[in-house]
Structure formats: structure tokens, C-alpha cells
Design a binder for this molecule. Structure first.
Ligand code: ZN
Length: 269
């Protein structure tokens, strides 16, 4: 039984070399880099800002600065039985690809709205299925997924609940209070901590969580890439951004919570 759902009529879709087709013959072609575009209408994002962010993120992640997070994520996932995984907001597939390789028995689908990111993702992958679609309205059948992964992507919990199989798992990576504190200190005269990451999410039962914190020694170029990955690049005054550009290097703490939950299965009274 396939997990794919037609974005037009919601019927089951089957996949082949050329792309995907549903029972009612709605067809979606596979791009040369491998992903299938399931966005309908003009919902898909495309902006120069976004391209800059994708390049910066690829460079930054490619240098392994967030590798300790990836390793901790894999350790947590080793505790969970799953085959079908879904990476929500997978971007260029840095995590998706590494996780698919760490769990060779599993089968992964990555979803992102950014075609530019998926072009990169598709090129690096042969065993992950990449879909251009909104994570707000997933082209995925109800109760078909064993494990959803959400790394810094917006949370659409109803949609996660819909696609998770009963007793399936959802894994979230969320920023902790002191995440990128030194970067903020370099930009702002007064710095506020992030809100504390939750230990639970309404409608789900917590399986466990891991706090992962590590210090990165970042070069000037790393800093500029990291900045580009954050909202601070748009929110900071020009003087602050100019000052950051003059820093030769900076120690910056990365601090995440990996929160693993399972769907509460409602029992009949
Ligand atoms: Zn259809």
C-alpha cells in the first residue's frame, strides 16, 4: 500500500520513473534532479533571499557544524521501531540523507516547499523520495507513517497526527533557551533568551527528550552563513550586521532539544 496521496483529488498515487499518477490520472512529472513537484497553483516559494539562505545553509551544514545534533538524533531514533519515515521541511536533505543511510532498512520521504532546496537534495540522494509540497497539506495518506521528523520547521500538529500511524512517533528538534546566544550577543546590546523548549506537546505522549548542547568555533565566513540561516539577518540593525562582518571568529553555543512523542490513541468509552 502506497503512502502517496494526490494533492488534487486525495486518491492514492503510484510512483514510477517518470513521476507520479493517481487513480484519476492526475500526473506529476519527476524533475531531472529526482524530486517530484506536487504543488498546485502558484503556492511555491521562490525568492532571491531564499536562494542565499539555501546556499549558506548547505555550506554551514556541509562543514559538519551541526554534526553532534545529527549524531544525537540518530542515537534517539535507534530506540524507536520504524520503517517509513517522513522528514517535514527537509530542505537540502542534509539530515534526511544521513538518517536514511544510518537506517538502511528504513524508507524516507522528504517534503519541502522549496524547489531550489530539493534540487540540491535530489542530486545527493538515490534512496530518499523528495516531494515539493506544503507541510501544511501533505501529499501523504492518513495513518501511513511510522515516524515524522521535524527539524526547525513550522509545526502543523493536526497534519502530523493525520499522517502518523497509531502509536507512531514524531521527533521534533527545537531550539533551547541559550541556542546561538553568543551570535545574538554579537548583534544586540540587550539579549533575551529563547523561550524554554517544551517537554510535551498537547495531544501526544512524551517518549523522551535529549538536550544537546555544544560549542562551535566559527570563522568569519561560518558566522555569515549561520546568520543567513537565522531570522536575525532581517531583524538586526545594519550597524550590528556590519560589526559582525568584521569579527575574525567567534565561539557560539548550539543548544537543541530533541523531543520524541507518540500519538495518544483514544480508546472508546
Ligand atoms: Zn488525483
Amino acid at each position: 500500500m502506497g503512502i502517496l496521496r494526490c494533492p488534487v483529488c486525495k486518491n492514492v498515487m503510484i510512483e514510477n520513473e517518470q513521476g507520479m499518477v493517481c487513480l484519476k490520472n492526475h500526473r506529476f512529472d519527476r524533475a531531472s534532479s529526482g524530486y517530484v513537484n506536487l504543488t498546485i497553483g502558484s503556492k511555491q516559494r521562490k525568492s532571491g533571499d531564499e536562494k542565499a539562505m539555501i546556499i549558506a545553509r548547505s555550506e554551514f551544514l556541509g562543514k559538519g557544524h551541526y554534526r553532534p545534533l545529527l549524531d544525537a538524533l540518530i542515537q534517539r531514533m535507534k530506540l524507536l521501531p520504524f520503517i517509513l519515515g517522513l522528514d517535514l521541511g527537509c530542505g537540502e536533505g542534509y539530515y534526511t540523507q544521513a538518517i536514511a543511510e544510518a537506517f538502511p532498512e528504513s524508507s524516507w520521504t522528504g517534503v519541502d516547499l522549496s524547489v531550489d532546496a530539493l534540487k540540491k537534495a535530489g542530486k545527493r540522494s538515490h534512496n530518499v523520495r523528495y516531494l515539493a509540497a506544503s507541510i501544511r497539506d501533505l501529499p501523504i495518506q492518513d495513518t501511513s507513517i511510522d515516524l515524522t521528523l521535524n527539524i526547525f520547521a513550522p509545526l502543523f500538529l493536526d497534519e502530523i497526527t493525520r499522517v502518523m500511524r497509531p502509536a507512531g512517533y514524531a521527533v521534533f528538534v527545537l531550539p533551547n533557551e541559550d541556542h546561538l546566544l553568543e551570535l545574538k550577543e554579537a548583534l544586540y546590546p540587550v539579549v533575551r533568551l529563547n523561550p524554554a523548549a517544551p517537554e510535551a506537546i498537547e495531544g501526544f505522549e512524551t517518549v523522551g527528550f535529549d538536550d544537546v548542547s555544544f560549542e562551535m568555533n566559527l570563522s568569519n565566513q561560518d558566522l555569515l552563513h549561520l546568520l543567513q540561516m537565522t531570522p536575525y539577518v532581517h531583524k538586526s540593525p545594519k550597524e550590528s550586521l556590519d560589526r559582525l562582518k568584521t569579527l575574525a571568529s567567534l565561539h557560539v553555543r548550539a543548544s537543541f532539544r530533541i523531543l520524541c512523542v507518540t500519538k495518544i490513541v483514544k480508546k472508546d468509552a
